[in-house]
Design a protein around this ligand. Structure first.
Ligand code: HEM
Length: 148
């Protein structure tokens, strides 16, 4: 295999695995209510995801897909789009929950933390599910498109 391609595949594997591990830690910190750690881990997850997308784009010129590979590629790209759209949604729902919890900590009325928690939880789990499926499809696509 072309050494440059081999290098990109190694980088992509590291970036994707790092994203998945950080995502798991982000979920853990959210469930455990370790708020500061949660903010840091979520930020790192998004950075790792950005790096993974950047590296994946550098692989494209080396790839060639048959009919099946092209289908996996189409579905993968759709999931990438949904993931990107979910990022601002999870950020907004998390920020609303953070603000509500801050008001609750101060003993102020009308923060509605329970409602914001329920909606952040729902969006967060959708984000996790879509991101994991995107990673699986991306791996399948890479394997299908590698030069013989
Ligand atoms: C990949 C993105 C994210 C995932 C997977 C995620 C996941 C979670 C989960 C599972 C919880 C626990 C909910 C519960 O109590 O059942 C949580 C809590 C929380 N999340 Fe997120 N979250 C994400 C992004 C964010 C962002 C971007 C923010 C802020 C802008 C945020 C702020 C919070 C806050 C404030 C809590 C409550 C922590 C506490 O109770 O002290 N999250 N998150």
């Amino acid at each position: 295999m072309n050494p440059e391609l081999e290098g990109f595949i190694q980088d992509l594997t590291i970036a994707v695995l790092t994203t998945v591990v950080l995502l798991a830690l982000a979920v853990w910190s959210g469930v455990r209510r370790k708020r500061s750690a949660h903010y840091a881990l979520v930020t790192l997850t998004f950075i790792a995801l950005g790096i993974a997308i950047f590296v994946a784009r550098r692989l494209s010129p080396y790839m060639s897909y048959d009919e099946t590979g092209l289908w996996i590629q189409r579905i993968h790209f759709t999931f990438v789009g949904v993931t990107v759209l979910l990022v601002p949604v999870v950020v907004v729902s998390g920020a609303k929950l953070g603000k509500a919890l801050m008001l609750a900590d101060r003993g102020e009325e009308g923060h509605d933390a329970a409602r914001h928690r329920a909606s952040h939880r729902k969006v967060a789990w959708w984000t996790v599910a879509v991101l994991v499926i995107t990673c699986v499809l991306g791996t399948a696509m890479t394997v299908a498109g590698l030069p013989a």
